[in-house]
Design a protein around this ligand. Structure first.
Ligand SMILES: C[S@@+](CC[C@H](N)C(=O)[O-])C[C@H]1O[C@@H](n2cnc3c(N)ncnc32)[C@H](O)[C@@H]1O
Length: 200
C-alpha cells in the first residue's frame, strides 16, 4: 500500500485496527534511546502523532509528560489501556488543511512512530510539526527504512530522499539504528543556538 492509494486515512487505518492488525511493539532498546534523548517529562507537554492504540502515548505519560495522543481514526485510541496519568486523545488528520484542534500550541516533545512513511505531503507535515514544537523541543521519529525491507513491504519504510527531507533544518540531528527501524532525535533550534550562530 503506497500513500497515493490511501485516499481516506481515517477509513483505511480504522479498518485495519478494527480487523485486529497491530504494529511493531515498543522495545526496551527503543524506550532507553528515547529516555536518553528526551529526558524526564517533569510535566512538560508531549504530542504523539499517529498514536494508534496509545502504547507510546502511555509510555510518555509514565516518563512524566502531559501527553496528547493524536490519530486520524477514533478506532485505535479506543483500544488504549485506561491510565491514571495525564493522557488525552485528539481525533484529527495531521495533514488536514486546518491545524489540529489541540488545546495547547507548543510541545516540548513531539513523537511520530511508524507514521512518516505514510505522510503524503512530507514538507507540509514537517512545517506543521515545527509550528507545534517549542523552541529547543525534540521531534522523535521511529521509522522502518525502505532499503532494509523486502521489496513487497518497502512502502512502509522511508527512502534516502525522505530521510534527507526529514533531517533538514534542525538544530541537532541524531539517528540510531535498531534492526530495520531508525530512530531520529531532531532538536529544533533554540534562542541559544541562534545567538551562538550569530557570534560565530
Ligand atoms: C502503523 S500505525 C502506528 C501506530 C503507533 N504509532 C505505533 O507505533 O504502534 C500508524 C498510525 O498513524 C495513524 N495515521 C496515519 N495517517 C495519519 C494522519 N494523516 N493523521 C493522523 N494519524 C494518522 C493511523 O491511524 C495509525 O494509527
Amino acid at each position: 500500500m503506497t500513500t497515493d492509494e490511501i485516499d481516506n486515512p481515517a477509513a483505511y487505518w480504522g479498518r485495519l485496527w478494527a480487523s485486529g492488525r497491530r504494529y511493531s511493539p515498543l522495545t526496551d532498546a527503543e524506550t532507553a534511546l528515547l529516555a536518553q534523548y528526551t529526558g524526564p517529562g517533569r510535566g512538560r507537554l508531549a504530542l504523539d502523532i499517529g498514536c494508534g492504540d496509545g502504547a507510546l502515548t502511555h509510555h510518555l505519560a509514565g516518563l512524566g509528560y502531559e501527553v496528547t495522543g493524536l490519530d486520524c481514526t477514533p478506532v485505535a485510541p479506543a483500544l488504549a489501556e485506561p491510565t491514571a496519568g495525564p493522557v488525552q486523545y485528539c481525533c484529527a488528520d495531521i495533514e488536514a488543511t486546518q491545524p489540529p484542534p489541540l488545546p495547547q500550541r507548543a510541545f516540548a516533545l513531539i513523537t511520530a512512530r511508524l507514521l512518516f512513511a505514510f505522510i503524503k505531503d512530507k514538507p507540509s507535515f514537517l512545517d506543521r510539526v515545527r509550528s507545534l514544537l517549542d523552541s529547543g523541543g525534540v521531534f522523535w521519529v521511529v521509522t522502518p527504512m525502505a532499503d532494509r525491507l523486502p521489496p513487497e513491504h518497502a512502502s512502509i519504510g522511508i527512502t534516502g530522499l525522505d530521510e534527507e527531507l526529514l533531517t533538514r533544518r534542525w538544530g541537532t540531528v541524531r539517528a540510531t539504528d535498531l534492526g530495520t527501524l531508525r530512530c531520529y532525535a531532531l532538536r529544533a533550534w533554540s534562542a541559544d543556538d541562534t545567538e551562538t550562530r550569530g557570534h560565530r
